[in-house]
Design a protein around this ligand. Structure first.
Ligand code: F3S
Length: 388
């Protein structure tokens, strides 16, 4: 790999042992994927923030890092809300470990906004090179914004944040962003049935697309629906970028390829099958974290009625602060609007046997990560279930 003199100096240990170790991580990664150089990044998002997922070993590793981030860096959701965790059944021992993780990141200069929707906070633009780790944030940045990031792991995103660079390979290169597969939806019948099916479409598409770059035709999702579809696709598959013909920013560049590609179809029946009926003990919304529009939509659907089943809604602090009045009304009706964490990376919801979600990603992860069964519904179904 070509390294400039500054990179060489870091690699020689002239800027301390931690920066040297971080540079070694980037170079090792670059060599595996055939990168010829490192490129500067404008933003990083680091995963591996919940004590539930990284445990004691992860905490010790973070505490051993003695360096500060070189670019604006945001954290993924942690295992509990920073305030009021006692109300949600979080044990003190867990909370202390979680707070120690946060402290380790704070020392590194990471912004303690713990969210999988960093794009509502960091303004990143088309063509920007970034190093983000959370798979739903990665696919959103690549597909909806047209920024460029690989699916970083926790350590590689942190190394990129500290050095301010990432190896130039994969989705940083325009030729790796070309669609290789067309996905169409069975005559759009499924969409006629229920416009809130994009999480389900992503869930199925991820299984079919594996780690390729698909382009969808015949659908017109809005930004929140793209967010939901991408998150699910990145969970059931290893997709880091998708295009939607006529909607996503890079689709116009690759439009010429649509008819020449292998074509697969998502059948209406496959979508229907995901919406199985079963009794639920709680409802969880906000995977990925809700936007301001989604919070408003939830509040309108609730129509001032009180919650009868536990209703958990997850969003970033930033979005909750900007939606203060809406959030107050949801809370007054008995709903929990919670920052910093989510239904998957927190132990909070593990006490429920069955959880209803409106997210294809949560449908995929809740059973393994929480030990609960998950039922998929539209946002409307979820609110109806919660308010009875
Ligand atoms: Fe975000 Fe948690 Fe879902 S990190 S994408 S809300 S699993």
């Amino acid at each position: 790999m070509r390294l400039d003199p500054e990179d060489q100096a870091i690699l020689q240990g002239e800027e301390g042992e931690t920066r040297q170790r971080m540079m070694e991580i980037l170079i090792a990664l670059g060599k595996v994927f055939g990168a010829e150089e490192l490129i500067p990044i404008s933003s990083a998002q680091v995963s591996g923030a919940s004590y539930k997922t990284i445990g004691e070993w992860g905490l010790r590793w973070l505490q051993s890092i003695n360096a500060r981030v070189a670019v604006p860096t945001i954290l993924n959701p942690i295992g509990m809300p920073r305030e009021g965790w006692e109300e949600h059944g979080i044990h003190r021992e867990f909370a202390e470990k979680q707070l120690a993780i946060l402290e380790a990141y704070r020392r590194m200069g990471v912004k303690l906004e713990c969210t999988c929707t960093p794009y509502y906070i960091h303004s990143i633009g088309y063509g920007d090179h970034i190093a983000w780790a959370e798979s739903s944030a990665v696919i959103y940045a690549n597909s909806v914004i047209g920024a460029r990031t690989n699916r970083e792991g926790g350590p590689s995103a942190l190394a990129a944040a500290i050095i301010g660079k990432t190896p130039f390979y994969g989705l940083h290169m325009i030729e790796k962003r070309t669609p290789v597969l067309t996905i169409e939806i069975d005559g759009n019948k499924a969409i006629d049935r229920n416009e809130d099916i994009f999480g389900a479409l992503g869930y199925i598409a991820g299984r079919k697309a594996g780690n390729s770059v698909p382009i969808f035709t015949g659908i017109k999702p809005n930004r929140d629906q793209l967010k939901s579809m991408g998150a699910a696709m990145a969970a059931t598959g290893a997709v880091g970028l998708f295009h939607v013909d006529g909607i996503t920013p890079e689709s116009r560049i690759f439009k010429y390829r649509v008819d020449a590609l292998e074509r697969i179809t998502i059948e209406a029946k496959e979508v229907e099958e995901l919406f199985r009926s079963m009794d639920v003990d709680a409802v969880a919304i906000g995977c990925p974290h809700c936007s301001e529009d989604e919070l408003l939509h939830i509040e309108r659907l609730m129509g001032g009625k009180s919650v009868k089943k536990p209703l958990y809604i997850f969003a970033s602090r930033h979005v909750i602060d900007k939606s203060r009045r809406v959030v107050e009304r949801i809370r007054k009706a008995g709903g929990f609007v919670i920052a910093d964490t989510c239904m998957v990376v927190s132990p909070m919801l593990e006490r429920y046997r069955t959880i209803m979600v409106n997210s294809g990603k949560a449908l995929a992860y809740v059973p393994d990560m929480c030990g609960s069964m998950a039922r998929l519904g539209s946002l409307e179904d979820c609110i109806r279930e919660a308010i009875g």
